[in-house]
Write a protein that binds this ligand. Structure first.
Ligand code: SF4
Ligand code: SF4
Length: 97
């Protein structure tokens, strides 16, 4: 199962500039700016920007850590990385494909 790796690529396709990166590296959607165009939903290369039928704004992982706490096998970990490092990993992997 794919999850958001906070690469930030979707920030470039949002014409409303509603997708932002927090100081801790997490990519989030500003609900006050989002116009619900869904461009980011179709764009995300990992397919992890989701849309619920009843809500105009898409949603995705915001690094809240709930899954880390809930996993009975301790298989998940929340780590902080440098923003530039995340983009390097993403571009490197895309180049390999
Ligand atoms: S939703 Fe997709 S494009 Fe946006 S930061 Fe997460 S993985 Fe990257
Ligand atoms: S749905 Fe919202 S966050 Fe996504 S591209 Fe459109 S305005 Fe930006």
């Amino acid at each position: 199962m794919e999850v958001c790796n906070h690469c930030g690529l979707c920030m470039d396709v949002c014409q409303a500039q509603a997708i932002k990166r927090l100081a801790n590296g997490t990519v989030v959607i500003d609900k006050n700016l989002c116009v619900g165009c869904q461009a980011c939903v179709g764009f995300c290369p990992r397919g992890v920007m989701r849309k619920a039928r009843e809500i105009i704004m898409p949603f995705k992982c915001i690094s809240c850590g709930s899954c880390v706490r809930a996993c009975p096998n301790g298989a998940l970990e929340l780590v902080e990385v440098e923003v530039e490092d995340v983009r390097e990993v993403v571009y490197h992997k895309q180049g390999e494909d």
